[in-house]
Design a protein around this ligand. Structure first.
Ligand SMILES: NC(=O)c1ccc[n+]([C@@H]2O[C@H](COP(=O)([O-])OP(=O)(O)OC[C@H]3O[C@@H](n4cnc5c(N)ncnc54)[C@H](OP(=O)(O)O)[C@@H]3O)[C@@H](O)[C@H]2O)c1
Length: 305
């Protein structure tokens, strides 16, 4: 890899993108960040034009259609943003000797595994979002560009649309709340994931060793019901009238009468061996980070609601 001096970040207003943006100076000197307003990836023609103008030698793609339920209804839009735009970007990277860093997801797997997912496990997505993210990975492989794919699981941040913020709003509004107790994963704060991403990129630049595909997550696991209990506890006495009801995914999906609720993997745990070996550090447990971050998330969510 030649010397990185110009990094282009796409999706710079998202949960991951906005955190990467703050640390980008650690990677390149003449960087550029683009939000959806500045480069809409649905406009495929504009991608090449923008890239030709900016001429980055590294692209970090944190932009994506991330609304898992909506993806089932807006398949065309999701495919364009997640698959076709990624192909354009990857092809440009190949032609222009640019290193592509792309975020992907544990949703490329079917969740039917009693162990955590390794980077080389066989993907088999069970919803359209997962299928689109897997297709995007395949487009990157076939482009022959120099790439790094970083796979993530349950992301939350101080702002934005994520499970904790949605659940806080529901707890405030509803008396009885059914939450699935058979979907397992690791809640990861976007700042933590972004800091690890930057460390990985620094190591790749310094060592010239590229692991190609890496899972990033903290350690430990929970399910959505237990996570909601934790959030409810943190909300304090004014919210304790909300009654949480554990429910299995099958029954929960049947509750979505007019708008069918999409299938999600039951096991979203990522194996960390490759990541920990590469960085030569042990990842912290998710709940240590959560304890530090949840207050701000609650404050921001209630302020904007
Ligand atoms: N969130 C999770 O739990 C999770 C889990 C696993 C993997 N991932 C992956 O991690 C990456 C980052 O996710 P995130 O949580 O940061 O998602 P996010 O907060 O939804 O951010 C995605 C960003 O993409 C932008 N975007 C959407 N459509 C676009 C378009 N047509 N053109 C340009 N930009 C567009 C969004 O802009 P607007 O905000 O203006 O719409 C947003 O800033 C994604 O690749 C995602 O698939 C996320």
């Amino acid at each position: 890899m030649e010397k990185i001096n110009k990094v282009l970040l796409l999706g710079s207003n998202g949960q991951i993108g906005s955190n990467i943006k703050k640390k980008l100076f650690k990677i390149g000197k003449k960087n550029k960040c683009l939000s959806k307003q500045e480069l809409n990836l649905e406009n495929l023609v504009s991608i090449e034009k923008s890239l030709n103008k900016i001429k980055p030698n590294m692209i970090i793609n944190a932009a994506a259609f991330t609304k898992v339920d909506e993806a089932e209804i807006k398949k065309k839009k999701c495919y364009k943003i997640n698959v076709l735009s990624t192909k354009k970007i990857a092809d440009w990277c190949y032609k222009n000797n640019c290193f592509l860093v792309h975020y992907s997801t544990v949703y490329i797997f079917d969740g039917k595994n009693n162990k955590d997912w390794k980077e080389n496990n066989k993907p088999k997505p069970i919803n359209f979002y997962g299928k689109s993210k897997l297709e995007a990975e395949k487009k990157i492989f076939s482009s022959k560009c120099n790439y790094l794919i970083l796979r993530l699981n349950w992301i939350y941040s101080d702002y934005g649309n994520n499970f904790p913020s949605k659940i806080i709003k529901k707890i405030k509004k509803e008396k009885n709340l059914s939450i699935v107790n058979d979907q397992f994963g690791t809640p990861n704060h976007a700042e933590f994931i972004s800091n690890i991403s930057i460390k990985i990129l620094q190591k790749i630049i310094n060592s010239k060793i590229n692991p190609k595909i890496l899972n990033i997550s903290a350690r430990g696991k929970t399910n959505y019901y237990k996570l909601t209990e934790k959030i409810l506890n943190k909300l304090g006495s004014a919210f304790q009238s909300c009654n949480l009801i554990p429910i299995d995914s099958y029954t929960y999906r049947k509750l979505g009468k007019n708008t069918p609720i999409v299938k999600r993997p039951s096991n979203s745990l990522l194996n960390l061996r490759k990541l920990e070996n590469f960085l030569n550090v042990k990842m912290p447990y998710w709940d240590q980070i959560f304890e530090k971050k949840i207050k701000k998330l609650i404050k921001n969510t209630l302020k904007n609601y």
